[in-house]
Ligand binder design. Sequence first.
Ligand code: 13P
Length: 263
Amino acid sequence: MTRKRLVVANWKMYLESADGAKEYARALKRKMKGLTGVEVAIAAPAPFISEVAAILESTPVRIGAQTVSGYTGAHTGEMSAAMARSVGADFAIIGHSERRALLRQGYEGQAFEPKINEQVHRELVQAASAGLMPVLCVGELAHSEDGAHVAFVAEQLRSALVGAQSLAGKLVVAYEPVWAIGKTASDAMKPAEVREMVIFIRKTLADILDRKLALKVPVLYGGSVEPDNARGLIEEGDVAGFLVGHASADVATFFEIVSQCKK
Ligand code: 13P
């Protein structure tokens, strides 16, 4: 694959002030000078998208939202995909496990999963229709010896993409096993396991989408990516890039990971 790797910073709520976000963006802008061979993106909290996008406008860094509403119209407190786009976002994380967990709160067992998947589908359709590149997150809550986690991920992919196959041209998938999120490099998924899941995700995508389109969908990995494990994961894990959480909160640490992903 000649396509550049994509490294996305998911700031979550780590940067709590607009000043901090702007400072980060200015530092990243300086570091971007002369960087080639890798694509960099920031998924910013809604209030910071506009200013961060303005600072990074003259750079190739892509700015996105961490989620968008599955609806338009009268929904207090939500941010529509069109609104995100109008302030400078060009992609959106869809179905992040921390958003899925909010929906799951108070529900026991698996029964509620179809409802969550339906909501994720709505958000994906809204994002893609507004011209945002959806970064669709999938990942099991826990690893299971009987392979139930694999079926869980397949269903997340299927239900998100049902009827939305034509939108797949811009799609990115991020595989983020929930059990590996927010730990340290030594607790992250091992490259060989990542590789196996990536093969499975590609196969599942090929069943759902047009085969040629499926081959073009970049599959990222997320879950405790740090400078210490980035190179192993990118090379042996055979992923097209990363979705980085806590290690993206510090610009120097994030840039170390970015640098390791250059081709
Ligand atoms: P961590 O890198 O903190 O594990 O978070 C991963 C993640 O959720 C990125 O979206």
